[in-house]
Write a protein that binds this ligand. Structure first.
Ligand SMILES: *[C@@H]1O[C@H](CO)[C@@H](O)[C@H](O)[C@H]1NC(C)=O
Ligand SMILES: *[C@@H]1O[C@H](CO)[C@@H](O)[C@H](O)[C@H]1NC(C)=O
Ligand SMILES: *[C@@H]1O[C@H](CO)[C@@H](O)[C@H](O)[C@H]1NC(C)=O
Ligand SMILES: *[C@@H]1O[C@H](CO)[C@@H](O)[C@H](O)[C@H]1NC(C)=O
Length: 164
């Protein structure tokens, strides 16, 4: 009886510990191999979603590419003449998506029409304690969170059964 009560107490403690796990969402560092003949429209579709606070790190070959932030028309026309920002030094360029909006980047070295342009939508960060209807990443977190709880409960139940 005492053992059984202890086992139940252990189960409750384990469940409480799991429930208290923070559903953290830390900012991501997203590496981009910034090179000609890559379709970054496809890249964006397969590497997202992206969130405000994420960092994009463009890696390129010095002297063979640059990263130019433009507006939507600059992106559509592969026109770097009204650049918001441009970067071409070194071998990489880190950029923080610090607003909730679509960012546009192109390469001004002639590779833009071939696909070397990136339109990337940065979304609002999911709330720390996601409601069930929150979007994908939150839902995934909630699922993994629930998975942890189930796993812990199963482990404790197994222990409990052994004790009885
Ligand atoms: C982009 O910038 C150019 C030059 O400043 C401007 O004429 C154009 O209207 C802008 N396009 C958009 C979609 O904001
Ligand atoms: C990049 O910025 C520099 C300095 O602001 C400017 O001289 C150069 O023309 C720009 N290049 C592009 C491709 O926008
Ligand atoms: C937003 O990010 C850009 C590029 O990384 C940076 O230069 C700028 O200072 C940032 N702005 C704020 C408000 O953090
Ligand atoms: C890149 O992929 C998108 C989406 O599949 C497509 O619409 C576009 O034409 C492609 N661009 C190039 C330059 O192939």
């Amino acid at each position: 009886m005492v053992r059984r009560r202890a086992a139940w107490a252990a189960l409750l403690v384990a469940l409480a510990a799991c429930a208290a796990l923070p559903a953290t969402t830390t900012a991501n560092k997203i590496s981009i191999n910034w090179a000609p003949n890559t379709n970054y429209t496809v890249w964006e579709q397969t590497h997202g979603p992206f969130y405000k606070g994420d960092w994009l790190v463009f890696y390129y070959t010095t002297g063979q590419a640059d990263v130019v932030e433009v507006n939507e028309s600059g992106y559509n026309r592969c026109d770097a003449s009204n650049a918001i920002y441009n970067y071409s030094k070194g071998r990489s360029f880190a950029f923080e998506l610090n607003q909730t909006k679509t960012y546009y980047f192109i390469c001004s070295f002639g590779y833009c029409p071939g696909g070397m342009r990136l339109a990337i939508k940065s979304q609002k960060l999911p709330p720390p304690s996601p409601p069930p209807s929150a979007h994908d990443r939150s839902a995934a977190l909630a699922r993994s969170h629930a998975g942890l709880v189930l796993y812990a409960a199963a482990a404790v139940l197994a222990a409990l059964l052994r004790m009885l």
